[in-house]
Structure formats: structure tokens, C-alpha cells
Design a protein around this ligand. Structure first.
Ligand code: TNX
Length: 419
């Protein structure tokens, strides 16, 4: 129930609705992140359930631009998890790019930023007890460039900035596969000689020696070093490990994250393992393990590649991007229902993912993320809707994105205005 709020501002008929920054926004007992905005002859009333609701309401107003009353919006999210993932491992992107993405994600009412912090090509987060992870593991990237990493102070800045927008940062350290950079830094993590740097796409397929004590000690140090209520363990595309070793490791690693008071998240492959209650599973490609996770009663984040993978080409003319999931045009990003992806799954929410094998610059990431992220954002906030209606509203967002300096992809499916 949303409690009616008193008029807090004078309404000026025909004038754009604007909320002052220091507005004392009344709290309601509505669901988390909800808000209510009414503009009538009596005035402008804005109320929200919490800080997040206030942020979401302000975001809506910004999207609407110079809208004027009378109007009534009573709004609440469909899903509690509405995320965007940025891979800073394949190509490194630093604080400025990440803060900018947070601002843009906030404008579309997303509430999770998932950072893919480690992969074969680079380790991107400082771990004080294991300094070689960054002095050695961060020194290159796809294409052989210089790489880079976030200090813990950088990471804290990102977390604080995101918190200012009521966005949660979820760190991912991908284990036990996709670990070439970590193995270069600490070969004892696999018990062999240090491998060569890996600077192309795909993966050399190496894995941690999951039976060794040093691996669990190292993982515990990493989990404790990175702040946050969640810890994404990856678990995808593991090669060269016996099934039994893999499933035991995923159980142990998730249990460790829980012991440290955090929520473990894993990619769907780990659904073949028995996982502790409290674990969240992220679907991306294969329904079978995702279904196995759902059958264990674990909630799922939906990132089906044919709809949410921002690293896939829009069409055959797109310069950047991969093609393994098929083309992901804006309409593909919009026309899907998270409830119909894995039968009987408890859907926690949705997340779009930018893997950065082919993206190097700000303009590259802009063109792959936008405008498709707006489709995922709307699926997450409102649920599936009418494509023609979305398409028209998207054209208006093109103007706003241009104003904000976002180099979005001018998809042929949308009639972008010329201005
Ligand atoms: C699969 S999605 C991966 C990534 C790649 C991506 C490229 C997932 C869990 N693993 O390592 O970057 O495909 O599209």
C-alpha cells in the first residue's frame, strides 16, 4: 500500500516537472525501490519507499525529460535483481569508465553492477596478501596491450559511487577455470610451471589444483579482501578437472563464501553440483545445468545469451562483437520473458553482460551496451511489453543518450530522430 503523500511543491501547469536535489522525500510503506509521483493542480507530490525508490523516481523523471503534468506514476520493480556486467579482464577498463557506466545504469533503474574482475587474460583487483596477482597477473590483456588493475581504494570508490545510486557492486573472481593470469602469478595454484601469458580470445583451459590446501587458503584471502555482500565465483567453462573434483570444489567454495557472510553466485555450469542453500545461479546458455539448479530450489539470474549478451553482434554488419549466440538485435534484447526461459525456476532477476574480447575503447563499449541495455532494464523493471511501443520510446532515449555523450548503436530497427 502506498501512503498518499502531501504536496511538496507547487505545480506550474505546462512547465516541466523538476524535483530539487535537497527535496525531503516522504517515505511510504511500499515495496523496496518503489515511488509515487503525482502532478496535479494541487501540486507535485513525490514519495518513495526508500532511498532506492527515490533514486528510481528521479531516474524516471530524467528519462521523461521535460514532461509536464497532470500525471500520476505509481511504480515498483518487477524483479529485485536488475544488473549489468562489465568484463574488465579481457580488456581493462578503469575507474572512470566504471563510474560512467554506473551513472548510465542508474538512469535506467538498474540496481546491480557485476564486475568480471579476473580471467585468463588478466587479474584486475589488488589482493594485498597476494601481490603478484596484480604485479604479474594484470600486466597484459587481449591483443597484448598493457592491461591494468583496480587498487582496493579504486574499488571502494566504485562501491561508494554505486551506493550513491542505490546500486550494488558484485565482484566476480572466476574459479576454478579461466585462471591463467592467477597461475602466472602463483604457479603453486596448479602445481606446475607458470604458463605463458594468454592474450587472445577463448581460454587455454587451465584449472586450479582444487585438491591443494593452498588454493582454498588463497581463495579465502581473496573472498575476504574484496568488500561486498555478494561474491561471484564464476565456475564456468572448466576444462581438465574430474567431475567429482569440480562438484566438490564448487560446494566448498560456495560454503566458504557463505561462511564469510556473503551470498555466493555461480554461473549455471555449477548447477550440476549440489550447492549450499543460499547460493544464486546465473543462467547464460545451457538450460540443463540451469534446470538442475532450479530443481535444487536455488534462485536464478537470467542472462540468456541470445537476449542479454551485449558482446554479440547486432547483425552481420556490426564491426565489433562475437557471433556464437547469433545476432542480438534490439528487438531480440526486448522480446523475451524471464519466466519462460527455465521452467519452474524462481527468477531473481535479469542481467545483461558485456564481455570485452572485442571492445577496447569507451566508444566500443558504448556501442555494444547501448541501446540494448535499455531493453534488459525494462524487462527487469516492468516485464515484457509491446515492441512497437518500446521502439518509439527508445527513439526518444536516443536523444537523451546523445546529450549524455553516449555513442550508442543506431540500430536499423529504431527510427532515431535526426537531431
Ligand atoms: C562465454 S558467459 C563466457 C565468457 C566469454 C563469453 C563470450 C560465460 C560464463 N563464459 O568467458 O567471454 O562467452 O561471449
Amino acid at each position: 500500500m502506498i501512503v498518499p503523500a502531501p504536496a511538496v511543491l507547487e505545480a506550474r501547469p505546462g512547465e516541466p516537472v523538476a524535483l530539487p536535489d535537497d527535496l525531503d522525500c516522504q517515505r511510504t510503506d511500499g515495496v523496496a525501490e518503489s515511488y509515487r509521483l503525482s502532478v496535479s493542480a494541487d501540486g507535485v507530490a513525490f514519495s518513495a519507499s526508500d532511498d532506492a525508490g527515490e533514486a528510481r523516481g528521479r531516474a524516471t523523471l530524467r528519462q521523461l525529460g521535460g514532461t509536464s503534468g497532470p500525471l500520476l506514476i505509481e511504480d515498483a520493480p518487477r524483479y529485485a535483481w536488475r544488473g549489468v556486467m562489465l568484463d574488465v579482464a579481457r580488456h581493462f577498463f578503469g575507474v572512470d569508465e566504471v563510474l560512467r557506466l554506473i551513472d548510465l545504469a542508474a538512469l535506467y533503474k538498474l540496481n546491480v553492477l557485476h564486475l568480471h574482475l579476473t580471467d585468463d587474460q588478466g587479474w584486475r583487483i589488488e589482493i594485498p596478501d597476494w601481490p603478484r596477482l596484480t604485479t604479474v597477473g594484470a600486466e597484459t590483456q587481449v591483443g597484448g596491450g598493457a592491461g591494468g588493475f583496480l587498487t582496493l581504494a579504486d574499488y571502494q570508490r566504485i562501491v561508494a559511487h554505486a551506493a550513491g545510486h542505490s546500486i550494488t557492486v558484485v565482484p566476480e573472481v572466476d574459479v576454478p577455470g579461466h585462471v591463467n593470469a592467477a597461475l602466472r602469478a602463483y604457479p603453486e595454484l596448479w602445481g606446475r610451471d607458470a604458463p605463458e601469458p594468454f592474450t587472445t580470445w577463448s581460454s587455454p583451459g587451465h584449472s586450479l589444483d582444487v585438491r591443494s590446501d593452498v588454493v582454498m587458503r588463497w581463495l579465502d584471502d581473496v573472498i575476504r579482501a574484496i568488500p561486498g555482500e555478494h561474491f561471484h565465483l564464476g565456475g564456468d567453462e572448466v576444462e581438465g578437472l574430474a567431475h567429482q573434483d569440480y562438484v566438490q570444489f564448487m560446494w566448498d567454495a560456495c560454503s566458504l563464501v557463505l561462511e564469510r557472510g556473503k551470498t555466493p553466485i555461480v554461473w549455471e555450469e555449477a548447477g550440476v553440483a549440489k550447492l549450499p542453500k543460499g547460493t544464486v545461479v546465473q543462467h547464460w546458455s545451457d538450460a540443463k545445468p540451469a534446470r538442475a539448479a532450479a530443481e535444487q530450489g536455488l534462485p536464478l539470474i537470467m542472462s540468456p545469451a541470445p537476449h542479454t549478451y551485449l558482446d554479440q553482434k547486432y547483425d552481420e554488419e556490426t564491426e565489433l562483437g562475437l557471433t556464437w549466440a547469433g545476432a542480438v538485435e534490439v528487438r531480440d534484447a526486448y522480446e523475451w520473458d524471464p519466466e519462460r526461459v527455465i521452467e519452474r525456476a524462481e527468477v531473481l532477476g535479469v542481467e545483461a553482460a558485456l564481455w570485452t574480447e572485442t571492445t577496447e575503447t569507451r566508444s566500443d563499449i558504448d556501442s555494444m551496451i547501448f541501446p540494448r541495455l535499455l531493453a534488459t532494464a525494462e524487462i527487469g523493471w516492468s516485464g515484457p511489453g509491446d515492441w512497437e511501443d518500446f521502439r518509439e520510446r527508445l527513439a526518444a532515449q536516443g536523444r537523451l543518450l546523445s546529450e549524455l555523450g553516449v555513442d550508442y548503436h543506431r540500430s536499423k530497427q529504431v527510427e532515431w530522430s535526426k537531431s
